[in-house]
Design a protein around this ligand. Sequence first.
Ligand SMILES: NC(=O)c1ccc[n+]([C@@H]2O[C@H](COP(=O)([O-])OP(=O)(O)OC[C@H]3O[C@@H](n4cnc5c(N)ncnc54)[C@H](O)[C@@H]3O)[C@@H](O)[C@H]2O)c1
Length: 301
Amino acid sequence: MRSARLTILAISNPPMKILVTGAAGRLGSVVCRRLHDAGHEVRATDRTRDPSLPVPVIVADLTMREVAYPLVEGMEGIIHLGNIPDAHRTDAQTTYTVNTAANIHLFQAAAESGVRRIVFASSVQAVSGTRTLADDVPSVLPHLPLDGAIPACPGNTYGLSKQAGEDALAFYARTHQLHAVALRFPWLISRARIEHIFQRGNGTSVDPDKAAYSRPDEGLSFLAFDDAAALAEAALLRAPAGYRCFMPAHPRGRLHGLRPGEIARRYFPGVPHKRDLDALGSLFHLDEIEQVLGWRPGNPE
Ligand SMILES: NC(=O)c1ccc[n+]([C@@H]2O[C@H](COP(=O)([O-])OP(=O)(O)OC[C@H]3O[C@@H](n4cnc5c(N)ncnc54)[C@H](O)[C@@H]3O)[C@@H](O)[C@H]2O)c1
């Protein structure tokens, strides 16, 4: 049964024909179910199958140029998630070449075929490199809080492939008048895991001894899969013409019980603050996403 919220969304936004790449993946499966429940016509594709999805998955490898054209044919929008999702799955060269090939094949075919709306899953790793909080290496961040205007400065070829994907999308938005959005997702996790993180450290803490949590590129914030899926949908339906880049996050991405201003002072010394971080309550500035797309993460506590 559909929720009241989804019903309202479906009425205010007429159903669209939407291609979802990476549909069998962790985020893709959540996105597919959400769009299907909202009444959209979903075409799902991936390199692998997922029989549990409400729509069949068209099995295709986007590194092959010719597969992209039939996939985008007749579509009004694309949510492009089909990439190698981090720097550790394979070697550096393969990560870069697979992702950039998939991205350019899909974007070029979409532009030629008249698809006007594209959302691309970029990553916080396009920005933050692989510096860890324990490093003495100075941060590359030009300012805090983080937002979509931070220039890319990746520290591995996964982040480099996301930077190239953002550049390619901006290029097609400019040359083909697209409504195009790159979403620099942080570490995506289940809502149950977020609750566990907050419970474990007196309600506010993330364990700094755990490497996965102590990396600024993944650990200073995170986002629930369902919030990320809701954002991808909002970006596809509501983005204005042109190219936009956003940097979403859970609004309470704290570390070891520290307030955001203290995190910044300890781990990002010398990085200028554009806003009072403690008043903002976060190292991420989410207002622009809300203003442009009408999205905020749900259940922040
Ligand atoms: N999970 C995270 O923490 C996170 C954080 C930031 C960004 N992202 C991005 O979000 C997207 C989805 O991530 P996820 O966590 O669901 O990853 P995932 O690995 O679960 O899903 C990605 C899917 O893409 C498919 N895929 C990869 N290369 C492909 C290709 N060449 N052709 C067709 N399909 C291909 C895979 O088979 C997989 O099912 C990715 O683009 C990832 O880079 C994820």
